[in-house]
Design a protein around this ligand. Structure first.
Ligand SMILES: *Cc1c(COP(=O)(O)O)cnc(C)c1O
Length: 392
């Protein structure tokens, strides 16, 4: 495969995937075992192995595998035992799944404007905020607000990122959520993880995710007299197997990104109107993030890169104050639930009606880094990006 093909092929340009028959040992194990349901077995299931390995690698106390990160967010929220209509502060710049998770739990999202790194600006939060979801977007480590009892870190785009003190994202708040969707750092097609350091929360999450039961692995579920209802978020062994396989490549992937980041930072286009924003040490180096002088320049750069088959993306799609799911306040419930519980007026915290954030998003351009390429290929790729951007 030529370099151009390999770069151009990255339709959804986050994680390299390491799918190869020769490497699917966990999947083979599951098939040989002839059991795809995690609770069918009394010995350690593949899902339990995944959870154990994630705990070890990320320094998390408890991990629960679910079908996707949206479920993980819902589970984290519901485990806080909220009341219908309670407010949840969420980033104004993130994927709409965060808002959907909040609303589908009967809660009301309040959009909090972004800081200069496009992360939730904690200085805008009211004192006494009970529930906050912050998102570490695109491998960028967001600063965390202090003193929030239910702080949920959405790490869908930042598996492997670390805070300045070395701890992993997702392990500092009440709960952390991760995604193995196609478009993320590692992938099993769909897949999600929920981590928490809170023993009671974990017991509640585990119970709710399996029909409210107090199941013992290897047995039919049982319900305690005080059981509450739940749903079915229980993962499958074959998905867990692919996640274990993917997870084995995390260090290789992070190292590949670091290597290409260093190469690309030495090859940045020599122009002041198209600047790379340096990333923090603990970030996952998923992309080069450019800040252009004008929207026109950004759009021209997108066109030029795309014409050369070089993957790139912009972040305007994440501006939730303009997302139909939030502006329309629609619901499938006949009474408009849960919007019918929302306070009047804008559910937004911004000093300027999101003007500065909108402007930043319009001038931002991201070019993915490719961890799976060899070093010479990464040099070629970085030079190709530079050549295109210098000619815009
Ligand atoms: C992708 C994503 C989600 C949702 O993850 P799924 O696993 O697809 O449900 C949530 N939050 C952010 C920031 C995301 O990028």
């Amino acid at each position: 495969m030529t370099l151009d093909n390999r770069l151009g092929q990255r339709f959804l340009p986050y994680g390299a995937n390491y799918l190869a028959w020769s490497d699917m040992t966990e999947l083979k194990e599951v098939i040989d075992h002839q059991v795809l349901f995690r609770y069918q077995t009394e010995t350690e299931s593949m899902a339990s192995r995944l959870e154990r390995q994630v705990c070890e690698r990320l320094g998390a106390v408890h991990t629960l595998a679910v079908h996707n990160c949206t479920e993980a967010l819902r589970l984290a929220l519901i485990s806080t035992r909220p009341s219908i209509g309670d407010l949840v502060y969420i980033p104004a710049v993130t994927f709409v799944a965060v808002a959907g998770a909040v609303l589908s739990c009967g809660l009301i999202p309040v959009l909090v404007d972004a800081d200069d790194s496009l992360s939730l600006d904690a200085s805008l939060l009211p004192s006494g905020a009970q529930r906050v979801i912050t998102a570490h977007m695109e491998g960028t480590v967001a600063p965390l607000p202090m003193g929030v009892p239910y702080l949920i870190e959405d790490c869908a785009q930042s598996l492997g990122a670390r805070f300045p003190d070395g701890r992993h994202v997702g392990t500092k708040g009440y709960a952390g959520t991760f995604s193995f969707h196609h478009n993320k750092v590692l992938t099993s097609g769909e897949g999600g993880l929920l981590v928490t350091g809170d023993d009671d929360a974990w017991a509640t999450m585990r119970c709710y995710h399996d029909h409210g039961s107090a199941r013992v692995p290897g047995r039919y579920p049982t319900w305690n007299p005080d059981a509450h209802y739940g749903e079915n978020f229980v993962t499958s062994e074959q998905v867990a197997a692919v996640q274990c396989q993917q997870f084995r490549h995390l260090d290789e992937l992070l190292a590949g990104l670091e290597r290409m980041y260093a190469i690309a930072m030495a090859q940045t286009p020599g122009r002041l109107d198209l600047e790379v924003r340096p990333r923090a040490e603990g970030d996952v180096k998923l992309s080069l993030r450019f800040r252009c002088e004008s929207r026109e320049l950004r759009d021209a750069a997108v066109t030029a890169l795309t014409a050369e088959g070089i993957a790139n993306w912009t972040l305007g799609k994440y501006l939730l104050p303009e997302h139909p799911v939030l502006t329309g306040r629609s619901s499938l419930y006949a009474d408009g639930f849960p919007w019918n519980h929302a306070p009047e007026g804008p559910l937004a915290l911004s000093r300027d009606g999101f003007a500065r954030t909108r402007d930043q998003l319009e001038r931002t351009l991201c070019v993915p880094l490719s961890p799976e390429l060899s070093e010479p290929e990464q040099v070629l790729a970085a030079k190709a990006v530079r050549r295109v951007l210098e000619a815009v």
